[in-house]
Design a protein around this ligand. Sequence first.
Ligand code: B3K
Ligand code: ZN
Length: 884
Amino acid sequence: MRDATPGAIYLADYRAPDFLINRTELHFHLGEEETIVTSRLHLLRSCEVDGTPPLVLNGQDMELLQVSIDNEPLAPEAFEVNDDTLVIADVPEQCVLSCRTRIRPQDNTSLEGLYRSHSMYCTQCEAEGFRKITYYLDRPDVMSVFTVTIEADPDQFPVLLSNGNLFASTTLDNGLQQVTWHDPFPKPSYLFALVAGDLEHVEDTFTTAGGREVTLRIYVEPKDLGKCAHAMDSLKRSMRWDEEVFGREYDLDIFNVVAVDDFNMGAMENKSLNIFNTSCVLCDPDITTDQGYQRVESIVAHEYFHNWSGNRVTCRDWFQLSLKEGFTVFRDAEFSADMGSRTVKRVEDVSLLRTAQFTEDAGPMAHPVRPDSYIEINNFYTATVYEKGAEVVRMIHTLLGPERFRSGSDLYFQRHDGQAVTCEDFLCAMEDASGVDLTQFRRWYAQAGTPQLRVRDRYDADARTYTLEFSQSCPPTPGQPQKQPVVIPCAMGLLGDAGNLPLRLRGEPVDAETADNTHRVLIIDQPSQEFVFENVAERPVPSLLRGFSAPVRLDYPYSREALCQLMSRDDDGFVRWDSAQTLAVQVISEVQEQLATGQAASVDDMLLAACAQLLEDATLDPAMVAEMLTLPSENYLAELAGEGAADVEAIHAARRAVQQAIGRELAGPLLARYRELEVTGDYAPSGEQIAARSLRNLCLGYLAGADAQHLALAAGQFAAADNLTDRLAALRVLACHGSEADWQQPLSRFYSDWQHEALAVNHWLTTQAMMPDAGVIARVRELMQHPAFDLRNPNKVRSLVGGFAGHNPLNFHRADGEGYRLLREAVAELNGINPQIAARLLAPLTRWRYYRGRADLMRAELEKLAGMEDLSPDVYEVVTKSLQ
Ligand code: B3K
Ligand code: ZN
């Protein structure tokens, strides 16, 4: 048996590097069989170091051909090569160290380091992929100026790219093309990038506020040249927005984006050479859904924003990952909110947080926004670091207000430009610029787990006072049995009969800003606290956690009447949506109890009436109506049930009964809306069209889910659709609510029409993985052998296996354990191919504590994985922590 935590790395052990690398020169010879990399590292011993420590360079999966210092090759006894290091005992204070190594990118299936995707070569170095390219100090606090020369056959690789500016380009005597790129900005190795391929590009320009003309290029395979317009447009809007809202300008004359089909994540912010998963950059109405268009816009923005929050100011070590990721997610969320509907964006983000992040925070892999330790850093690109990290930044924004927040971010960028810093540095800049003390607030970075905010209230009609009593707690998480109170900004209002009431808070100094307005941010920073509102003429309904002002679970005993009032009349759009969700949760769990005691499902009329009102009110934004009419997902309901209590089949049956009741009872208004909302004219990913399609397709789902005669509407829509959103929505309705006769022909039609478009085929795979019928496991297994599937392509794995395990709870949690077995087998195979993807895919199995009657089956699969030989550190960490 292995050690319980092999190779765990601790934040507490951080030490500044012994050596710096001022300049890095790299030479790549890209050949058919092998790639030869020659480095020249201009090394300098740090002045803070005592004595003459050895030089320890990181390096993996490569063959060292030669190492020299100041052009003198080293004798074999002067250095030591281990599995992941090159150690040189005797290194002068200042020297040029050169290594020549051989790598085989065509055999690299981990998609980390330099690898091949179709006919191109590309890189992914974050977090620790650079060490698969050459021996280096592969850590983010070693920042260096890179010059990169690439040599390759111009017929195969006419395009050769790296970071920064093109410095030279020539044809060598042997016919090879040679180009040199120079990036003037010092950067850590994780931001290095190289691309070689037979690519074409679209080009545009952007003039910065300071007058710099920037050439923007998106490189793709020739067949995809027509699919770049939306990404280019999104890029230009992001560049302008970052100038206007954060005062950040672009700093080079060129900005390149490359689309790659085999990619572990969504995209990567390499300095001036962003590399994107094709799924996050290419757009076409026939291969991209409306949500896909929005996702492309936000990811293009996210990567661009990293140029400042991540690249110009980077992380000192990987424990600080949220410094760049949390901040950048906050920035991209604000951008998307400004480009479309702020409330809809917030609702989408909170839904994701509540399903993905709350579950993570309540499970075996729970970790703080700034983790204390890890075995494999790739396992920490999580919803906690990204999404909860963004919520933490959002709370700072709420506490400081927009002006002081902006001063804080200006100070942060100015103070730390060109440095590798910590979350603490970010907080200090925010404090110094605003004068706000964030001492207690820092606990959000250090404590894992989702705090619970319990709220109770009292109304005193005689005194005309209304009192809110708050108390906070946070459940234990691995390694953190006790929690301290955190600072919770609770944005709120009070709803009376005629609308939101003016607020007068006892003890609050009255100034022009607060005098009687209807919105406050209460700061909860004690285990329990009271706030008294005066001059309250009637018993109000509290509107709490407006805009989801803190990532907590709210516990207030809302009556259904109160929820309906908030849903229809509160000033805050988020609270209106959240009240609809809470009402639906209450009704679904009531139906679940009815079914459990052998009664027929009886859906509360109050929910039906509220839904009818939403459908009939033509003044509402259809996108918001669609969000409010969307029932909480089965995964969210399972999460709410808590440990040991989630009964997947009962949840599915109850949710389905409520869905059918809505479809049946409101068939008239649903059909009317379905007809009214038909979009005429050409497809456009505009807010208006997207809103109409989202509500229309939701109506279709309700109708067909309740009455098979409406399947004909779906069949008609599938045949007539001129865009993927409508085509796929119809296909999913047929696949989920129809019989084999309804879905078989459309499914094969979809494949025969779109088999040449990998991104469309991925949706086809997911649609089949999510089907509720019992045949789905056999179908997924069959699809894993289909020519359209490839275990080496992360998009396909995520679409099919991830789609099944993550979005088909009914079948994944089948009582015979076949769903678990399927996932375990896929993970076991992927462990040797792509450990990062294998470990990510495992997440649904780590939640074994939630599922009633399934824990043993789920654990058994985890134990099988734990017993495997050659388990990657990635999978090892997830499996062992889950079993503890
Ligand atoms: N920074 C990259 C993620 C890299 C993942 C490495 N396992 C994408 C992003 O967050 O922008
Ligand atoms: Zn990022």
